[in-house]
Design a protein around this ligand. Structure first.
Ligand code: UDX
Length: 445
């Protein structure tokens, strides 16, 4: 345990959705193991109740912010804008209260890049601040590029196939068409968010949940572009066990997996936000059925509905749960592939277990991850266009039955080794975490 860090407090400000809270809690656990005390400030009091796995952590609510229930109604971009507008004052009160409670032992505020309102409080109260990017480094690069574009001109330019296929300078293989804008609402509004996210204000460093073995060129680009240190210290879930599941995990699926043959099961999950149309669900179910493979399917409560025909098929060849213990599922020997929406956490979790993927991304950043999975790391197949049973069947066979899938698995296993090495003593992510800790100690002194 680092002497200077002993008992010094870090305040974490996660964005209140599962895919963002999880890596922030993992970061909290990693810093806690290095000797820091952790306070988590959440804008939604309901979320504060899911704290049973973090007995040493303090949880506080940022009062009077926009309720999370507005997220679906507003869409993510408007939700982020409104959340940032409504939270600044109450966050300052919250931190001022913490300072009274803990004396002056707050070493740093680490906030999710989408919680950029936090910076004003850090500056006013003279507390060092660090930004945490929970998505990929490449996505952050894209935000930097997008923040400089003019929406109207970009839309016109993108009608030209030559522009679409142009490689972004120094960022091979990233092309302009890969910039993650689709499904993010009006482009102009989205670019405003990108500008907020890349504006580092007075923050003194950026943490990214990635490893240099996955995204070396994007990380080099960021290290040159940003005038503050960048710490790629992921994948955090390898070394931490932080589980902040907002839904109850159904562990019966592990018993079901125990009864299946090695590498025979396709695991299907579209993360914590996306949902599929009923028509897609039906086509998927038939495609899976026709592929002769077993499947474990996560269908969250209140999302896609399951037609009666599908239920019949499923009871024969599949298992459906409302929420799965995903990391345990991915490590299970029966799992041969992952049908994923390619959220960044799911992407990392799958690669870390050497599981190849069928990529079915929903919007911007997920499409970017899918492009990397298929074309850069070559550990998955991208399913484009409308979902129809024939395409689903072919994709499943390519992954689980054909030699092509064997190659993907081999490459995924090589990446798995590299990722594990990066978080072990002397590895790049291990060193990045150490450097961050030294930096936080120095900042505080
Ligand atoms: C959101 C965005 O959609 C995603 O693109 C971004 O990268 C992070 O924020 P989400 O859609 O929830 O995240 O996807 P993902 O990043 O994959 O995170 C989902 C998390 O939920 C993973 O850690 C996964 O292990 C967990 N999960 C998912 C479960 O524990 N059980 C499940 O049944 C499904």
């Amino acid at each position: 345990m680092e002497k200077n860090a002993e008992k010094k407090r870090i305040v974490l400000v996660p964005f209140p959705l599962q895919g963002h809270i999880t890596p922030m809690m993992q970061l909290g656990q990693a810093l806690n193991l290095k000797g820091f005390s952790i306070t988590v400030a959440l804008g939604d009091s309901n979320r504060v109740s899911s704290t049973q796995h973090f007995p040493g952590f303090q949880f506080v609510t940022i009062p009077e912010t926009i309720p999370l229930s507005q997220h679906e109604a507003l869409g993510v971009v408007e939700f982020v804008v409104t959340l940032n507008k409504t939270s600044e004052t109450s966050f300052k009160d919250c931190i001022a209260h913490l300072l009274l409670q803990h004396g002056n032992d707050i070493a740093c505020i680490i906030y999710d890049e989408l919680m950029y309102f936090s910076e004003a409080t850090a500056k006013d109260l003279r507390i060092p601040s660090v930004i945490f990017t929970t998505g990929s480094a490449t996505n952050h690069v894209c935000s930097c590029i997008l923040s400089k574009l003019n929406a109207e001109k970009f839309l016109i330019d993108m009608e030209d196939p030559e522009v679409q296929n142009k490689v972004v300078e120094n960022l091979h293989p990233l092309k302009y068409k890969d910039l993650p804008t689709s499904g993010m609402g009006p482009l102009e509004r989205f670019l405003e968010i990108c500008a907020e996210v890349v504006n580092k204000r007075t923050a003194s460093a950026v943490i990214i949940n990635t490893s240099s073995c996955l995204e070396s060129s994007s990380l080099s680009w960021l290290k040159q572009e940003l005038s503050i240190p960048v710490y790629p210290l992921g994948p955090l879930h390898i070394t931490t066990s932080a589980n902040f599941s907002l839904l109850e995990e159904d562990r019966n699926c592990i018993e079901w997996l125990n009864k299946q043959k090695p590498r025979s099961v396709i695991y299907i999950s579209v993360g914590s936000i996306a949902h599929m149309e009923t028509k897609e669900v039906l086509e998927m179910a038939w495609g899976l059925y026709n592929s002769n493979q077993r499947f474990l399917w996560v269908i969250r409560p209140g999302t896609e509905s399951m037609p009666v025909e599908v239920s019949k098929i499923v009871s024969e060849r599949g298992c459906i749960v409302k929420w799965a213990p995903q990391n345990e599922v991915l490590v299970h020997p029966a799992v041969g592939g992952f049908w994923s929406h390619c959220g960044w956490n799911s992407t990392l979790e799958s690669i870390v277990e050497g599981v190849p993927m069928i990529c079915r991304p929903f919007n911007g950043e997920q499409k970017l991850n899918a492009m990397y999975i298929e074309s850069v790391w070559r550990v998955g197949v991208l399913l484009q266009g409308e979902v129809e049973r024939g395409g689903v069947e072919r994709a499943v066979k390519r992954l689980i039955v054909d030699d092509e899938g064997v190659g993907m698995r081999e490459r995924a296993l090589v990446l798995k080794e590299k990722l594990n090495a990066s978080v072990r003593s002397g590895g790049s992510s291990y060193n990045a975490l150490d450097e961050l800790v030294h930096y936080l100690e120095a900042e505080y002194i």
